[in-house]
Design a protein around this ligand. Structure first.
Ligand SMILES: [Zn+2]
Length: 491
């Protein structure tokens, strides 16, 4: 098919900066109220995207071809009550202790024995469990790994911590029931947690949390726990540092906690549309972005212009371009599924849902191209203006479907952007994988490309507003995503 690439390059040039701007200003406007999953703003956004899909002749996958809405079941956590008991003393939540709602469920534990288990490490070099038994007990832990007086990590001998089993894995195996973590930055961290408490936490039905509950304790609470044993946490830390040896022991005290988390069922839609391919047996490519953001805290709106109104308008624009191509008789071989997700900010709820309930079977899903944040020059590139035509990429294609080639050959044709592989370095890999909607598909073995613009100081702040977007850069990134999608759908 000689015609396809050249013609589609021309169609790529039809990207409308005005349309991108208009859609982005609307999605990141006051009335959207930060598009928190399930909110009025989220509903408005999903209707807007759905109407756009319809106007651009995308096929509707639901309700006999009449609906673009895929209802996502969500399970909101509602904290009813939380108290910690140390000996006979009871402390309400935030009074010197706290926890991350996301990783907590109902816990009911009464007056249990407590042990101090250092950093919770057990290996041939270092063993926090030689003289103690943690089974059925509450365990007080220090965060991180032991260091010597020069600040080197004992297990690695360098300033870099060693790669070892997590305390969660070790303590679970040993049958501990609750972790009390000494949080030396408790005040600052709890302030941060309380600030973000306007964002509800959700339970993810596809990714059950099997970790032991972790409560973060201030120095005062930890020392209260240790008082009968005549120790302080800083004293213990010092002993470990000076002797380079574990100092585990059974604490002469008891601890327990009552945390009640109710689950409230909610629904909010993903918006899914399709351009049908010419070869139904060839399966599909998914082009995705999340339209939800973190919402509002009272009068303060978190606009989420870059995160991720930008990616949303990108896939909307690409839908319009693909429709244009289809009108001219240019249809891709594979179908293209446009997925605008809700619930990304609540733990990838929308993408987990689609991966579990896909339009095409997973084994017929050739690739995912996920866009999360575009059109803003990040803190690294800003100030280097000549160099700021870039996009960060992450390509994971262990089954060799030619994804990297699809991306780079598209970019060669356009010749505008530097494709930056900084985040493909192994130290960033895990966070990049987990950090956006490609992850549920990656878990099922689908290769993916992620494109983004990196982080600015306005990331997840009320100051992430549409006036700060560079619309020319955004349009160049959209062209890249368009041609890459086309390549993925035809290669
Ligand atoms: Zn995002």
């Amino acid at each position: 098919m000689l015609w396809t690439r050249a013609k589609n390059q021309k169609i790529a040039d039809d990207v409308s900066i005005e349309q991108l701007r208009k859609n982005l200003y609307y999605l990141a406007s006051d009335q959207m109220e930060g598009r928190a999953m399930g909110s009025h703003g989220d509903t408005l956004a999903s209707v807007y995207i759905s109407d756009w899909f319809k106007a651009n002749n995308l096929t509707a996958p639901y309700q006999n071809g009449t609906s673009y809405f895929q209802a996502v079941d969500a399970f909101k956590k509602n904290l009813k009550h939380a108290e910690l008991k140390i000996g006979d003393q009871v402390f309400e939540n935030w009074n010197g202790w706290g926890f991350a709602m996301r990783s907590i469920e109902t816990v009911q534990l009464e007056n249990l024995p407590v042990v101090f288990a250092g950093y919770g490490i057990e290996n041939s070099q270092y063993n926090d469990f030689a003289d103690i038994d943690v089974k059925g007990k509450v365990v007080l832990l220090l965060n991180g790994q032991p260091q010597d007086t020069a600040g080197n990590y004992i297990l690695s001998g360098t300033k870099q911590p060693a790669s070892i089993a997590t305390y969660q894995a070790t303590l679970k195996k040993k049958g501990a029931v609750l972790i009390l973590m000494y949080a030396n930055r408790f005040s600052a961290d709890s302030l941060q947690q309380r600030r973000s408490a306007f964002q509800p936490a959700y339970k993810n039905p596809f990714n059950q949390n099997t970790n032991l509950p972790v409560l973060n304790l201030s120095e005062e609470r930890v020392n209260g726990l240790l008082a009968n044993s005549g120790k302080t946490i800083k004293g213990l830390l010092k002993e470990i540092t000076n002797t380079r040896q574990p100092k585990s022991f059974t604490i002469n005290n008891t601890a327990g906690c009552h945390i009640q988390v109710d689950i409230i069922e909610e629904k909010a839609p993903n918006v899914i549309g399709m351009i049908q391919g010419t070869d139904t047996a060839a399966g599909c490519v998914i082009l995705s972005a999340h339209h939800d953001h973190v919402g509002r805290d009272g009068d303060i709106i978190y606009y989420g212009a870059v995160d991720n109104a930008s990616g949303t308008v990108a896939i909307m624009e690409i839908a319009a371009l693909m429709n244009k191509a289809a009108q001219k008789g240019l249809r891709p071989k594979r179908s293209i599924v446009f997925a605008s997700y809700t619930g990304e900010e609540r733990g990838l709820l929308g993408s987990y849902h689609l991966a579990a309930n896909p339009v095409f079977p997973i084994e017929k899903t050739h690739a995912v191209l996920n866009i999360d944040m575009m059109g803003r020059v990040d803190t690294f590139y800003s100030g280097r203006r000549p160099d700021s035509n870039y996009a960060y990429i992450l390509v994971v294609d262990s089954v060799n479907r030619g994804l990297r080639n699809a991306l780079f050959s598209a970019n060669d044709k356009l010749g505008k952007l530097k494709l930056d592989t900084y985040y493909e370095q192994p130290q960033f890999m895990q966070r990049r994988l987990l950090g956006s909607d490609q992850y549920p598909f990656y878990q099922k073995g689908v290769p993916f490309i992620r494109i983004d613009c990196g982080f600015s100081k306005d990331y997840h702040q009320p100051t992430d507003t549409p006036d700060k977007i560079n619309y020319v850069l955004l349009s160049d990134q959209v062209k890249l995503a368009f041609l890459t999608t086309w390549n993925l759908a035809n290669d």
